[in-house]
Design a protein around this ligand. Structure first.
Ligand code: GDP
Ligand code: MG
Length: 163
């Protein structure tokens, strides 16, 4: 069975854009409106000969559920079950939010290895956001622009030791 890598993060950070970039087709819906990704979506990804199943999630996307950590945690637990690694996406332009910190705290408690992606990192405006992502305590963040395809190949270096 191919390794399974699940993409996790708060709404609007670019999870579905990254998913589409890795799969090479538009299997996931990308939208400015949070909560657009209704289901988990799976696709076949390959980076430099490293084949894995990639999963796009909406576990933290229902804003109405944010006050219900148990429910939120359950959805994320479900998506992490059976995953060999997680890609935790944050928005390097927006900077860290309390929800990013909460997801990071949750992921630090899990066994699954995590690669942090600081997305929307094209251009200089995102440099501070990439540095900030170190503070999540989940290792060195990869500066990526899922939309422009920049840095996505660097995920190889982050993933191959752990999947
Ligand atoms: P999700 O809610 O985490 O799945 O985020 P989406 O993939 O739906 O993207 C949310 C918004 O961020 C959309 O408007 C995307 O076009 C935009 N976006 C995604 N990746 C990038 C990126 O690398 N750079 C910039 N500037 N915007 C991006
Ligand atoms: Mg999405």
């Amino acid at each position: 069975k191919k390794p399974e890598v699940v993409i996790i993060g708060r709404p609007n950070v670019g999870k579905s854009t990254l998913f589409n970039r890795l799969v090479g087709k538009k299997l996931a819906l990308v939208d400015d409106q949070p909560g657009v990704t209704r289901d988990r979506r799976m696709g076949d990804a390959v980076i430099a000969g490293l084949h894995f199943t990639i999963v796009d999630t909406a576990g933290w996307e229902d804003e109405n559920e944010l006050s219900l950590p148990g429910r939120m945690r359950k959805q994320t637990e479900a998506s992490l079950a059976g995953a060999d690694a997680a890609i935790f996406v944050v928005d390097a332009r927006a900077g860290l939010t309390p929800l990013d910190e909460e997801i990071a705290r949750y992921l630090r408690e899990q066994e699954v290895p995590v690669v942090v992606v600081a997305n929307k990192a094209e251009g200089n405006a995102a440099e501070a956001g990439v540095m900030e992502a170190y503070a999540l305590g989940l290792g060195e963040p990869l500066a990526v622009s899922a939309e422009h395809g920049v840095g996505v190949a660097d995920l190889f270096g982050g993933l191959w030791p752990i999947i």
